[in-house]
Design a protein around this ligand. Structure first.
Ligand code: CAA
Length: 264
């Protein structure tokens, strides 16, 4: 079911609770301009408020690109103040994607460069099609990454490897992306959406409240030292015991039957 049609993206719900957002701006290989970022912000706002959403799959239209970066045509004449505002606007949006209560998986088909790689990194994990190409080529344009790449890439993969990619602009294909932990797995391009849906269904079959708490614990804990982060985990663990899902999950185990989670 198509939930909303925008100019540069599509928001579909192929199954209850499973959302697919496709950046679809083929003339610029799905590059992110202000209009596309604004449309994405609308979808993210709607998803953040949707308590029935169980997983988000984010992908690119066509087979050539996930997202080929921020839109260079739009950026080229920005003043320093405008560039800072453009960067911060996208960064806030990517922080909102990262903070979505449900898991977000990037299904990367083709190029995920610059802002495209950064968008994928704002998701919880990445599945790469066999034609995926990742990179932060901003230094080729005389700029550093501006949508969180200098921060998220060294947090996702080994910092030294991240610095190499950020400072040389070298692009990596799917196999290497998996080897360095940037992508979780590689699949055939024509199987990418099916694999994403399979993962989303698995997530949706688990206790939804518990899945949300896993995500919250990780993100809230990242800014803290280990002891404080474990205290956050303990708080959320305790919170889970106020939920019908905890009662049902444990009762179902003891009664040797599948759980029927309510999502709260
Ligand atoms: N912005 C605007 N337009 C883009 C674009 C981008 N990031 N990437 C591709 N396009 C456009 C091209 O200009 C071209 O348009 P025309 O047909 O009107 O000329 C069209 O998409 C198709 O692209 P190519 O002809 O270049 O296709 P290709 O197959 O030869 O190459 C590519 C594909 C290697 C991805 C190449 O397009 C490319 O290098 N793109 C730029 C990648 C890049 O540098 N991304 C980082 C942007 S900066 C950034 O993202 C900063 C940040 O962190 C915020």
């Amino acid at each position: 079911m198509t939930l909303a049609r925008y100019q540069n993206l599509r928001h579909e719900q192929p199954e209850p609770g499973l959302h697919v957002v496709t950046i679809d701006r083929p003339r610029a290989l799905n590059a992110l301009d202000s209009a596309t970022l604004a449309e994405l912000a609308c979808v993210v706002g709607a998803l953040a408020a949707d308590r029935t959403a169980r997983a988000l799959l984010l992908t690119g239209g066509g087979t050539k690109a996930f997202v080929a970066g921020a839109d260079i045509s739009e950026m080229q004449s920005l003043s320093p103040d405008q560039a800072r505002a453009f960067s911060w606007k996208a960064s806030r949006l990517f922080l909102d994607i990262e903070a979505l209560p449900m898991p977000a998986i990037a299904l990367v088909n083709g190029y995920a460069l610059g802002g495209g790689c950064e968008l994928a990194l704002a998701c919880d994990w990445i599945v790469a099609a066999d034609n995926a190409v990742f990179g932060q080529p901003e230094v080729n344009l005389g700029i550093p990454p501006g949508f969180g790449g200098t921060q998220r890439l060294p947090r996702r993969i080994a910092p030294g490897k991240a610095m190499e990619l950020l400072m040389t602009g070298r692009q990596v294909k799917a196999d290497e992306a998996v080897a360095i932990g940037l992508a979780n797995e590689k699949v055939a391009g024509d199987a990418l959406l099916a694999r994403g849906l399979e993962l989303a269904r698995t997530i949706a079959s688990k206790g939804p409240f518990a899945v949300r708490l896993v995500k919250q614990a990780w993100h809230r804990g990242q800014a803290l030292d280990l002891a404080q982060a474990c205290a956050v985990e303990s708080d959320l663990f305790g919170l889970a015991f106020s939920s019908p899902d905890q009662t049902e999950g444990m009762r179902a185990f003891l009664e040797k039957r599948p759980p029927a989670f309510e999502g709260r």
